[in-house]
Design a protein around this ligand. Structure first.
Ligand code: NAD
Length: 499
């Protein structure tokens, strides 16, 4: 069996613990992809020491040259796209069409980042004084600790890593323990693209033994975390105490609203894709479907029929619509919430069981599940389940739908299906989310737009697009006074028009 390593101080190395874990295919638990390191704080210490050297080298490399490395990484990702998509489906489960998209997001992010190497601009503005220039520029921060979730094994690490690198930081990358192989392939690609080895470190292992020591390390001034709100809260507390720069992207409870005037066929495609794509394991997954009363019964009937026809199976097999859950704990969590939903009084109208049959018995499958008669106060209408479970809520008016959308503690994405243009713009204004889609599902981020959520989904930063470059760099202001005299700024002495 293949034994994989960490990448630290420019070498592929064993973990200091000497211990490894099995990475298994969730569609077939008998299929072991390989053994991956169980690292600990000693490995974190070594990685930080190396990354500090990498930072000194990399920050002195001109940003356009840093961008050239990312362009090459984009080319290599393109060349190896099919191989990586296959590896990703094998360790993570989602169908090949989706893992190809996940790699494509990495490619798009690489090419965007490459151009940003020539655009990390500051500003030059007039000074209050004569013979004096006032300007700002952006400079790197240091060693960036990047902690990633399992559901987008390529896209999310590249969202963090590529901007961090173009801005001149070195990185320590901790992939989720369920997807270590894709993380390893990404590091291989960056090294092949010409990234100086000490600029990147890869540490495999658990959140407790690798993630936490990384967050707590005093020489890691920047942490970017994507994962659950519970873990993000702990990360946030540590970073707050240690005054670290922190980006948090966390849970969601996203709603698709369908109003009486909507194109129902279009809304149906959106609901199926939003709720059951990636087996519901997307931060932007549709987990609430808010239906206006005029179309409620008809639309629910259409949805049940199509949901029952979804084909579960190995994501590498042609015709598979829905893959397995990521691990046994995820499956148990879903079963727990299915019990909770019933106890609270909602009706199961489809799914709600582990399927059996050829190709399913050895995997972590769960049938796409729909609850009807869900009330806004029910737990399944408020808590993130992160699986193929959809809660359907009936409303009378658009205003009621908007209020229910806004009533949860999360605020990542929302979607509205209507033909009313005025209502569409009102939704953009009133729905309390980082992203709102009109006549499109709750999922579908584009690499060149900012991505993130409000309330307990995020902490005000965004991944992607132009905004993320501000997170990975620091503003430095320079004043150059060539007057040869002491000129006091207006804050010290105002010499303008008297009162
Ligand atoms: P998770 O919180 O269990 O793990 C995320 C990462 O944090 C993993 O690498 C894990 O090892 C690490 N970790 C765990 N404990 C840690 C600790 N104490 N200190 C530091 N690191 C620690 O999340 P997950 O199950 O991998 O991913 C699913 C969650 O991620 C969902 O809640 C989903 O909504 C969220 N998510 C959010 C976004 C977004 O952009 N908002 C995107 C994808 C996923």
């Amino acid at each position: 069996m293949k034994v994989f390593k960490n990448f630290v101080a420019g070498e592929w190395v064993e973990p200091s613990t000497g211990n490894y874990f099995d990475n298994r295919n969730p569609a077939d638990l008998n299929d072991v992809i390989g053994k991956f390191p169980l690292s600990n704080s000693t490995d974190v210490e070594r990685a930080v020491t190396s990354a500090k050297r990498g930072f000194e080298l990399w920050k002195a490399t001109p940003a356009p040259q840093r961008g050239d490395v990312l362009r090459k990484a984009g080319d290599l990702l393109t060349a190896r796209k099919e191989e990586i998509a296959n590896a990703m489906t094998r360790e993570m489960g989602k169908p090949l069409t989706e893992t190809r998209g996940d790699v494509q997001e990495g490619i798009d992010t690489a090419y965007y980042a490459a151009t940003m190497g020539r655009q990390l601009s500051g500003r030059t503005v007039p000074s209050e004084s004569r013979s004096k220039w006032a300007m700002s520029y952006r400079r790197p921060i240091g060693v960036a600790g990047l902690i990633c979730p399992f559901n987008f094994p390529m896209a999310i690490p590249t969202w963090k890593m590529f901007p961090a690198l173009v801005c001149g930081n070195s990185v320590i990358f901790k992939p989720a323990e369920d997807v270590p192989h894709t993380g390893t392939l990404l590091v291989e690609i960056l090294l092949d693209a010409g990234l100086p080895p000490e600029v990147i470190q890869l540490l495999h292992g658990t959140g407790e033994d690798v993630g936490a020591p990384l967050v707590e390390h005093p020489d890691v001034p920047l942490i970017s975390f994507t994962g659950s709100t519970a873990t993000g809260s702990m990360v946030g507390a540590t970073c707050g105490r240690m005054h670290k720069r922190l980006s948090l992207e966390m849970g969601g409870k996203n709603a698709q609203i369908v109003l009486d005037d909507a194109d129902l066929d279009l809304a149906l495609e959106g609901a199926l894709w939003g709720a059951f794509g990636t087996t519901g394991q997307r931060c932007t997954a549709t987990s609430r479907l808010i239906l206006q009363k005029g179309i409620h019964d008809n639309f629910l009937g259409m949805l049940i029929e199509r949901t029952k026809a979804l084909k579960l199976g190995d994501g590498r097999k042609k015709g598979t619509d829905v893959g397995p859950l990521i691990n046994e704990a995820a499956l148990r969590k879903i079963e727990h919430y299915v019990d909770v939903g019933q106890t609270d009084g909602a009706d199961i109208v489809c799914g709600a069981r582990r399927p059996t049959g050829a190709g399913l018995d050895d995997g972590l499958f769960y049938e796409p599940t729909i609850f009807s008669r869900v009330e806004p106060g029910h737990r399944i209408a408020n808590e993130e389940i992160f699986g193929p479970v959809l809660s359907v809520i009936r409303v009378s008016t658009a205003d009621e739908a908007f209020a229910i959308n806004n009533s949860v503690k999360y605020g990542l994405s929302s979607s509205l299906y209507t033909k009313d243009v005025n209502l569409s713009f009102r939704a953009l204004e009133q729905l309390d989310n980082g992203i709102t889609y009109i006549n499109a599902p709750t999922i579908g981020a584009e690499a060149h737009l900012p991505f993130g959520g409000v309330k307990q989904t995020g902490n005000g930063h965004r991944e992607g697009g132009w905004e993320v470059y501000e997170f990975y760099s620091e503003t430095k202001v320079g004043y150059v006074d060539y007057s040869g005299t002491l000129q006091r700024a207006q804050i010290d002495m105002y010499l303008g028009t008297p009162d």
